[in-house]
Write a protein that binds this ligand. Structure first.
Ligand SMILES: Nc1ncnc2c1ncn2[C@@H]1O[C@H](COP(=O)(O)OP(=O)(O)OP(=O)(O)O)[C@@H](O)[C@H]1O
Length: 258
C-alpha cells in the first residue's frame, strides 16, 4: 500500500558492486537526518544487503490485518525498512526463483506492506535490467514515482552497463533524476587526501553525455564501510567528510524537486 507515500525514488545501476545499496541506505538516512519520514525497500531478492548494511539482520517481519509490517529502526518510526532478507530463515539461504515468483514478491512488497505515511520511499534494486526492474517499473505507473537515481563507478566497464540502465529507464518512461559517481578516488584515513586509484570523472562525463544532472561524486572512504551494520548516518558520524557534503547536496536537490 503506497497510498500514504508522497515520493518514490528508485536507485539503479547496470553493474553490481558499485555501491547502490550503500548509496540507498545513506540517502535514506540522510533524508531522515533532514527531518523526513523515510522508507527503504530492498528489491534485490537474490542478494539483499540492506538488512546487513543497517544492522537489522535477524529482524522478523510480522503480519497485521492490513499486511506486512515493515521493520522500524526507531520508536518514532522515522525509518521503515523491508527486504526479503527479513523473510528468509537463514541469511545464507539462496533465493532460487524464476521470473513470475520474483514478480509476485515485488508486487507484494509494494502492495501488501503496510507503509505508513512516508515523505520518501527509496527502492534499492539489484544490478541489471531484469524481472525485478521490469516489475517495479510497471508498478511505478500506478504510484507517484519521482524517478531514478543512477549509481556508477568511474571506470568504463561500469559505465557501459550503466548506459544500458539509462536506456532502460528511457524506454520504460522513468524520469532520470541524476547520476551519482561512487568510489571515485580514495580518501586516506590518515591525511584525508584523495587519490584517484581508478579513473575519475566517468560519471560526470556520462551525465553530460546523456544530459541528466550529475548529483555528486563520492570517494572511496573506508569510514563509510565501517558504518555498515548500524543505522548511523554519514551526516551524523562524519559531518565534515566529502561523502557527507555530497549527500547533503543530493538531499537538497531531491527536496527541491519534490
Ligand atoms: N564510497 C564508498 N566508500 C567505501 N566503501 C564503499 C563505498 N561505496 C560502497 N562501499 C562498499 O562496497 C561494497 C559494495 O557496496 P554495495 O553493497 O553498496 O554495492 P551494490 O552496488 O549494492 O552491490 P550489489 O551488486 O549487491 O547490488 C560494500 O562493502 C560497501 O560498504
Amino acid at each position: 500500500m503506497l497510498d500514504k507515500v508522497k515520493n518514490v525514488i528508485i536507485v539503479l545501476s547496470g553493474k553490481g558492486g558499485v555501491g547502490k545499496s550503500t548509496v540507498s541506505t545513506q540517502l535514506a538516512l540522510a533524508l531522515r537526518h533532514s527531518g523526513h519520514k523515510v522508507g527503504l525497500l530492498d528489491i534485490d531478492l537474490c542478494g539483499p544487503s540492506v538488512p546487513f548494511l543497517l544492522g537489522l539482520e535477524g529482524s522478523n517481519i510480522y503480519q497485521c490485518d492490513e499486511g506486512w509490517v515493515p521493520i522500524y529502526t526507531d520508536a518514532s518510526k522515522t525509518l521503515a525498512v523491508m527486504s526479503i532478507g527479513f523473510l528468509l530463515k537463514n541469511r545464507t539461504d539462496p533465493v532460487i526463483w524464476r521470473g513470475p515468483k520474483k514478480t509476485m514478491m515485488i508486487r507484494q512488497f509494494l502492495t501488501d506492506v503496510k507503509w505508513e505515511e512516508l515523505d520518501y520511499l527509496i527502492i534499492d534494486t539489484p544490478p541489471g535490467t531484469s524481472d525485478e526492474h521490469i516489475t517495479v517499473m510497471e508498478c511505478m505507473r500506478e504510484v507517484p514515482c519521482n524517478g531514478a537515481i543512477i549509481v556508477t563507478t568511474p571506470q568504463s566497464v561500469a559505465l557501459d552497463d550503466v548506459r544500458k540502465e539509462i536506456t532502460f529507464c528511457k524506454k520504460t518512461g522513468i524520469k532520470l533524476l541524476g547520476i551519482v559517481e561512487n568510489m571515485s578516488g580514495f580518501v586516506c584515513p590518515n591525511c584525508t587526501n584523495c587519490t584517484n586509484i581508478f579513473s575519475s570523472n566517468g560519471g560526470v562525463e556520462l551525465a553530460h553525455l546523456v544530459q541528466i544532472p550529475h548529483l555528486g561524486t563520492l570517494p572511496i572512504d573506508p569510514r563509510v564501510g565501517v558504518l555498515a551494520g548500524s543505522t548511523a548516518s554519514v551526516l551524523d558520524e562524519l559531518p565534515d567528510s566529502p561523502t557527507a557534503q555530497v549527500l547533503r547536496g543530493i538531499v537538497q536537490h531531491l527536496v527541491a524537486l519534490t
